[in-house]
Design a binder for this molecule. Structure first.
Ligand SMILES: Cc1cc2nc3c(=O)[nH]c(=O)nc-3n(C[C@H](O)[C@H](O)[C@H](O)COP(=O)(O)OP(=O)(O)OC[C@H]3O[C@@H](n4cnc5c(N)ncnc54)[C@H](O)[C@@H]3O)c2cc1C
Length: 564
């Protein structure tokens, strides 16, 4: 891993580059990793932190796209189920199976509406009965057969379902069960993709917090956090700015309407009784208005989502009051045996789905498929601009592969490495099964002298990055747990600050760790973490205070965070 100083110098020195990727969400970062693996020199830049846009706001599902069956997008279901199965193998430290329950409220509803949609209607309202869900789950199993790692679906009677979760609404006629997957730290995952790209090609570089300042005659100028300007002369530009794609095209001189985003918000609730009765499962359900919502155990909290509202200002999204009411009311209707109120909210987040611009009247019916529309070079601009439109979290690898292959053809090069079975970040060398895990831990304890339980906890969070981190922790003077969030320690934070391209305090607490989203971060911890980062990164006392102020403001204003 290169140090922050060396990395800045590498970015400053880039100049000519094969591919410049603007936007380091999961799609930009996935493409950066793939191209770097092929030996292509890439620069990836983001105006904020890696993985801080839409990629930090999903339902955190790595899913085969059961609901894409409704829009007849079978190709996407085939791709999504395959990618889900691959991610369970390639990133086992961050992607985990998610047993799922679908409550069913009638036997036959929705069949004729589904047929209409299947025949091309873009307006059908929907309710989904048992027949439709059963058919959907069967198709889902069929598509999920490639690289299958999880069980098939089942249908369960009303009586058994209510015995299992007595708090569930009595309105159900049955439930369906099947498996999907979840990603525990999507923000960190994006950083790991960037780090993998840097490791694969020493001539590639990555810059977070880089602002596009100008574009003239094929040369783009960016400013880094210190205000230093660096210029880049790319052969190809990839616009991977997600919901900001049209803004970036405009900055490059082209007015486009590629994105027709919809806003979605999520809540994290401290609700121990609910989490206990979920027992690791998700309930994927129809809210009273027919929208699909979900609740599952996310790192010990109940993750509830999501809303779906047309929106186009990705810089100013937060979960609004009416969205909170909608989500809590949906939970009360689904689980009338439990109490839900605002005091249970630990964290909230919101983002814009960068969906393709569409004329569908209902957001749920906008196509979820991806594409890469290209603006070919013109007189004033010698490079093409390839936009990454509509790419989902789940399918980022397959989308990156498709686009990388097209770019390799443009560059007159060929693919050297397939990413299909390439482990990601801390998934590299991850021990598979209990015996391998015991062996890995025993060797790690012997190599680092760190306590076994501590090493196991690090492995759970960071995958095999736990090993270099444990070495760092063992040598860190003054190693101790944080005062409130005691599962994390000073040496761990110091490692992250020094080694993981941290620029701002919130990069550590929101994107390299799950400290904020799990509600475990106290103000005293934030102050200590700012002190550790200040030592590691050479921040002045004034900068340390500013960072704390900015972190508190963002967490409380945008994420409903209440510090202990
Ligand atoms: C509410 C919601 C729920 C979702 N649920 C799921 C789910 O459960 N599973 C799933 O598979 N998908 C889900 N998605 C979809 C998925 O999260 C997104 O499609 C995906 O993260 C988009 O990634 P991206 O890289 O294209 O965009 P982004 O992650 O938004 O990345 C774009 C990046 O570009 C940067 N940028 C913008 N302007 C500039 C500029 N001028 N210069 C430099 N950088 C710039 C931004 O800072 C940002 O980091 C969900 C999305 C939302 C919003």
């Amino acid at each position: 891993m290169i140090s922050t100083g060396a990395r800045s110098d590498a970015v400053q020195a880039k100049g000519a580059v094969d591919v410049l990727i603007i936007g380091a969400g999961v799609n930009g970062a996935g493409l950066f990793r793939d191209l770097s693996e092929q030996g292509v020199d890439c620069l990836i830049v983001d105006k904020a932190d890696f993985g801080s846009g839409a990629s930090a706001a999903p339902s955190r599902l790595i899913h085969g796209g059961l609901k894409y069956l409704e829009t007849g997008e079978f190709r996407l279901v085939a791709q999504s189920t395959l990618e889900r199965n691959l991610l369970l193998k390639n990133a086992p430290h961050l992607v985990h199976p998610l047993p799922t329950i679908i409550p069913i409220f009638s036997w036959t509803r929705g069949v004729s509406a589904a047929v209409r949609t299947f025949l091309g209607s873009k307006t059908a309202p929907r309710r989904r009965g048992a027949l439709l869900i059963k058919a959907g789950l069967q198709i889902y199993d069929y598509y999920g057969a490639r690289q299958r790692v999880m069980p098939r679906h089942a249908m369960v009677s009303r009586a058994r379902a209510l015995e299992d979760i007595p708090q569930l609404t009595r309105g159900i006629v049955a439930i369906g069960t099947y498996y999907d997957a979840k990603v525990s730290m999507p923000e960190r995952f994006v950083y790991e993709l960037v780090a993998d790209g840097l490791a694969a090609n020493p001539r590639s570089a990555a810059a977070n917090y880089a602002q596009l300042r100008s574009h003239q005659a094929g040369v783009l100028a960016f400013a880094d956090t210190a205000g230093r300007i660096f210029v880049v002369r790319p052969r190809i530009v990839v616009n991977a700015a997600g919901p900001w794609i049209d803004q970036v095209n405009t900055a490059l001189g082209h007015s486009t309407r590629m994105i027709g985003g919809t806003k979605g918000s999520h809540l994290l609730l401290k609700h121990d009784e609910l989490v206990r009765s979920l027992a690791g499962r998700m309930i994927y359900f129809e809210a009273d208005d027919g929208r699909i919502c979900l609740v599952y155990d996310y790192l010990g909290l109940a993750l509830v989502g999501s809303t779906d509202i047309p929106a186009d200002d990705p810089d100013h999204v937060r979960c609004e009051d009416d969205e909170t009411s909608y989500l809590l009311n949906s939970m009360s209707s689904l689980l009338p045996g439990f109490r839900f109120d605002r005091s249970q909210i630990v964290y909230a987040y919101s983002g814009i789905r960068p969906l393709p611009a569409s004329d569908a009247s209902v957001p749920g019916l906008i196509s979820r498929d991806h594409s890469s529309p290209t603006l070919e070079p013109d007189g004033a601009r010698p490079f093409p601009i390839v936009a990454l439109v509509g790419g989902k979290w789940t399918t980022f690898r397959g989308f990156a592969e498709e686009v990388a292959d097209a770019l390799l053809r443009r560059l007159g090069r060929s693919r050297k490495v397939s990413t299909q079975n390439l482990a990601i970040g801390g998934g590299r060398g991850f021990p598979d099964g209990a015996a391998a895990r015991d062996r890995w831990l025993a060797e790690g304890v012997a190599a680092t002298g760190i306590d076994r339980d501590r090493l196991a906890a690090l492995l759970g969070c960071y995958g095999t990055t736990a090993l270099p981190m444990a070495r760092h922790i063992a040598a860190f003077p003054g190693e101790r747990p944080l005062r409130h969030a005691q599962a994390h320690s000073w040496g761990e934070i110091d490692y992250i600050a020094r080694r993981e391209q941290v620029e701002r305090l919130n990069d550590i607490v929101m994107r390299r760790t799950s400290l904020a989203i799990t509600g475990t971060l106290a103000l005293s911890d934030l102050e200590d973490i700012a002190g550790i980062a200040a030592d590691a990164l050479g921040w002045s006392e004034e900068r340390r205070r500013d960072e704390i102020g900015a972190a508190v403001a963002e967490l409380s204003e945008k994420h409903c965070y209440r510090f202990a």
